[in-house]
Design a binder for this molecule. Structure first.
Ligand code: UDP
Length: 201
């Protein structure tokens, strides 16, 4: 087993290729798999937040995001062979979805103002240019209250999306997916932090 513990928080000791192999397997089953990409800061937070730690424990794939974890694992004598960044892994996922004709939903980041699109819409536009075959099933901004959540889940399900990107920051995004995991009809969901902002440019 490639799952190790850093500050007693589990992390999968995988490189990008191995992570994608696991991801492809997860996408074969209809239940919503949870993928998390904790960086050093999230690992520290999780070690102090039992709810977040419990969610990470139940995640199907735990990609250590960033170089800090590579060092930490070396100190523990179980080297992570390579630095996998969340955003690199995400782009691999987009490429996989494009190749297999599957669709994605972007949830999170700031809404649009006036005529300007939301960050999620702008990110969708940019990724559509980069991966022309990628199907974006829908987008929704990330500034909503808890009573609106079931409506958002229905919107995601109604879009027919195969996969869900949630950009609400940590631990909001992990808690959102975990809370609705049973109701979500996507095959997988991942917390992506500020990635939609990066893609939107
Ligand atoms: N965000 C959101 N809803 C919220 C709080 C944050 O959609 O209630 C978005 C925010 O606009 C940003 C993303 O979550 O695009 C990541 O936020 P932040 O940079 O605070 O988190 P981090 O990347 O440090 O996890």
């Amino acid at each position: 087993n490639k799952r190790i513990r850093i500050l007693d928080v589990p992390v999968d000791m995988v490189n990008t290729g191995e992570a994608m192999d696991i991801f492809r397997e997860l996408m074969k089953s209809p239940e919503c798999s949870l993928i998390v990409t904790p960086n050093s800061e999230i690992i520290v937070n999780a070690s102090q937040d039992p709810e977040l730690k419990g969610i990470i424990e139940k995640a199907d794939l735990i990609i250590p995001d960033g170089i800090g974890l590579v060092y930490a694992s070396k100190i523990m004598g179980m080297p992570l062979r390579e630095r996998v960044t969340g955003i690199d892994f995400l782009e691999q996922i987009l490429r996989y979805l494009e190749e297999t004709g599957q669709s994605i939903f972007f949830l999170g980041s700031k809404p649009g103002e006036g005529n300007s699109p939301s960050i999620a819409e702008a990110a969708a536009q940019k990724m559509k240019e980069k991966y022309p075959g990628l199907q974006i099933a829908g987008t929704h901004h990330g500034y909503f209250r808890e009573p609106e959540e079931s409506e958002i889940v229905e919107r995601i399900n109604g879009s027919g999306a195969d996969f869900l990107c949630v950009a609400l920051g940590s631990p909001k995004q992990e808690k959102f997916v975990f809370r609705h995991q049973e109701m979500l009809n996507v095959k997988g969901a991942i917390g992506v932090g500020g990635s939609l902002d990066v893609w939107a440019g």
